[in-house]
Design a protein around this ligand. Sequence first.
Ligand SMILES: [Zn+2]
Length: 97
Amino acid sequence: MTRLQAARDRNGNPFVINSAHRCGLHNARVGGAPLSQHLKLAVDISLKGHDRHILYQNCKEAGFTGFGFYTSFLHVDLGRRRHWFGNQKAKQLWQIY
Ligand SMILES: [Zn+2]
């Protein structure tokens, strides 16, 4: 939460959170990965109203280490350093890495 607030402070505008902590049952129901970081703390931030690259930069500077790039949201977590794309369209949209 501290990192999330730090990212929001840097960004200077509100975050709309699509998904955050999930219990095991909910994670299974929404088709989340069995070892999903959403079972610990992961947050999906809606891209609506944001410059996605500035949002990503601010989350990185706030200390998040895991990033999932999607067409409508940015997934951030504190798991091991890694990144992935939701699909090919997301990869084209982000044009990063
Ligand atoms: Zn997520």
